[in-house]
Write a protein that binds this ligand. Structure first.
Ligand SMILES: Cc1cc2nc3c(=O)[nH]c(=O)nc-3n(C[C@H](O)[C@H](O)[C@H](O)COP(=O)(O)OP(=O)(O)OC[C@H]3O[C@@H](n4cnc5c(N)ncnc54)[C@H](O)[C@@H]3O)c2cc1C
Length: 415
């Protein structure tokens, strides 16, 4: 028997689900938020949080975002990113400064950052929040809605709703049950993450380090500094290549610490804090169906991770905002049909597709080590080019130019 009816149910209270809830609350729309864990909880991630996510959250919580960015035990401000090419040469690219007082970006353990987001929901008048509530099943019912089966504190509960928002991450139950799940190994990345203390040679301005090592291509290795001198260290590689080359990411990473001429020294005194853990990254390098009858997918459930940088929190937050607006429209029109909700897909891809497509091109470029080496060498030799690449993070036209072979010819001849 169904317990009670709720117009909107959000599954998952990560960055995507918390954003949906925050914006629904702001619109005065009643909803139920389900979260299988209990906050604070960990999420396997590189922990790099871009200004894209912060700017959206700050629309509702400007003072809170600014204050969190100043909590030095929880956030470490970062000013840019260092790419190291297969030939071992690195190039520093500064992040462009955002408007106002918001941080450029920071690194914050997801244990802390997601808890900060979740705390913003406290005192909500329109949200009922259930933690330790795992969505187990979603089925269409006979009266034009969906019945959700939830394990809440060990007891089974059934909820009827007209609209379910799938913010339940890479292994989304909403997606699997209402759309059918297919993992596409060409657009899905395997990742591992570990916390280390005493890593040597961290960047003095807290830059994120992305290393494209010859032996790992087309995968990459990262070192992101954390508050308190610790570091988030990890590796990612397309699932297709992991399977084809039978790669064990954990073994590869440990082998880097033992054998790589530079990393061997940097990790000589490093100590592992906790375990090396793994999780998947659904890349947004292919267009997908993002909604259907009675459901909308957000964040990782919608496969929106940037295929070049591995950044997913920003797009999860963007999708949370757009999904909340779509939910409002659907409630007003009393229309939860696939046709009506497909406007969500159009808006999302209008906002993100150019960026995702270009990042996919750049991801493919990394499979040509000579080209990568060449670009990094040229950028290092020219301050003007460093500025150009700084703007790459915000300037889509510039990123589009990088798709064109002429761009590289110009790099070669223009000093
Ligand atoms: C190794 C690795 C490194 C990464 N590095 C970065 C990085 O540095 N920067 C960056 O921006 N992105 C990074 N990402 C991507 C980023 O982690 C995700 O894109 C982001 O977490 C997506 O947010 P989300 O809210 O969609 O999903 P999630 O953060 O996965 O949140 C989903 C929530 O739903 C809950 N849930 C799951 N199933 C259920 C269920 N059945 N019922 C109820 N609740 C459920 C989960 O407990 C969780 O709280 C990385 C990912 C990986 C795997």
């Amino acid at each position: 028997m169904r317990e009670f009816d709720c117009p909107v149910v959000i599954a998952g209270a990560g960055p995507a689900g918390a954003t949906v809830s925050m914006f629904l609350e702001n619109e005065g729309i009643k909803h139920l938020l389900l979260e299988k864990d209990i906050f604070p909880r960990d999420k396997i991630c590189g922990d790099a949080i871009s200004s894209k996510a912060l700017q959206i959250i700050a629309r509702l919580k400007p003072d809170e975002v600014e204050a969190f960015g100043k909590e030095r035990d929880k956030t470490l401000l970062t000013n840019g990113i260092q790419f190291t090419a297969p030939n071992g040469k690195g190039v520093d690219i500064a992040f462009p400064k955002p408007k106002g007082n918001l941080p450029i970006g920071f690194i914050s353990r997801r244990m802390d950052f997601d808890n900060f987001l979740f705390n913003q929901l406290k005192g909500s008048k329109n949200a009922e929040i259930w933690q330790n509530a795992e969505l187990k099943d979603a089925e269409y019912d006979t009266d034009g809605g969906v019945t959700l089966t939830i394990n809440h504190n060990g007891s089974e509960r059934k909820i009827a709703t007209k609209l379910v928002i799938g913010s339940d991450g890479a292994r989304s139950v909403v997606k699997r049950k209402l759309q059918g799940f297919e993992q596409d190994d060409d657009h899905y990345c395997g990742g591992i993450r570990a916390y280390y203390n005493n890593v040597g040679g961290l960047h003095e301005q807290n830059y994120l380090e992305l290393h494209f090592m010859k032996e790992l291509l087309p995968g990459y290795f990262w070192i992101f500094p954390l508050p308190g001198g610790a570091a988030n260290v990890g590796m990612g590689m397309l699932s297709r290549d992991i399977k084809k080359k039978k790669v064990n990411l954990r073994k590869e990473m440990l082998s880097i610490f033992e054998n790589h001429p530079v990393m061997k020294k940097r990790f000589a005194n490093a100590t592992l804090d906790g375990n090396i853990v793994g999780w998947g990254l659904p890349f947004g390098s292919k267009k997908r169906q993002l909604s259907g009858n009675n459901y909308i997918l957000t964040g990782d459930a919608a496969s929106l991770i940037d295929p070049f940088t591995g950044e997913g929190v920003g797009n999860a937050v963007v999708s949370g905002l757009v999904a909340s607006r779509m939910a409002k429209k659907a409630i007003e029109a009393e229309d939860y049909s696939k046709e009506f909700l497909s406007e969500y897909d159009s808006i999302m891809y209008q906002k993100l597709w150019n960026e995702l497509k270009l990042s996919h091109t750049m991801q493919k470029l990394t499979t040509y080590p000579w080209l990568f080496n060449f670009v990094v060498n040229r950028i290092n030799a020219s301050k003007a080019l460093q500025d150009v690449f700084t703007n790459m993070f915000t300037d889509l036209e510039l990123r589009a130019k990088m798709e064109n072979p002429l761009f590289y010819v110009k790099l070669l001849f223009n000093r």
